[in-house]
Design a protein around this ligand. Sequence first.
Ligand code: 5GP
Length: 211
Amino acid sequence: MSNEKIKRRGLLLVLSSPSGAGKSTLSRSLLEKDDNISMSVSMTTREPRPGEVDGVHYNFTSQDEFDALVAADGFLEYATVFENSYGTPAEPVEAALRNGKDVLFDIDWQGTQQLNQRVGADLVRIFILPPSKEELLNRLKSRAQDSDEVVAKRMAKANSEISHWAEYDYVIINDDLKAAEAELFTILNAERMKRARQSGLSDFVSGLIKD
Ligand code: 5GP
């Protein structure tokens, strides 16, 4: 754990992957085990899937409302994925960072590029890869939430998604969930301890060397 006595800037942690690489499971685990990070709830125009709760998994909205927020410059980033609009409302993220909290993002490469332009140094980008193509297909099928047609579409999209891996700061190959989780915590804790993020350090050091 980083030293939480020293004041520090929050960071934005992005997890991206092709659908089915285990990103959602890793995100959930991080949120359960770490009190200092919260999830950015995206806005989307797609229909809720069974079990999805408005305001928790997404803020589900109409295309008109989405377009109005785009026009008002209210998104940190937004993109069209599988013919639906997805975006990150700016206000809740900025509020969290002001309070020294980290924010987790489950977004694709397009959103990550936009976030990078907007927030730069506060961003930590992690790409999750499946251990093999076969395993990716198995995971997509075993979800059973989507139709065969949707599974096929996602599989086709995985190749182009994966081609963006080199735009990320870290890559985790999710073969064993526990190992992937440990790698994720290692990255987060090291990033939190970066000198530039520990805004309270200079005061702390001044106190140390004062006569
Ligand atoms: P799903 O419909 O399966 O929940 O998400 C489809 C894709 O949209 C995923 O790759 C997910 O990462 C991406 N996505 C979800 N929310 C956002 C967002 O706010 N911005 C962007 N750019 N992509 C998002």
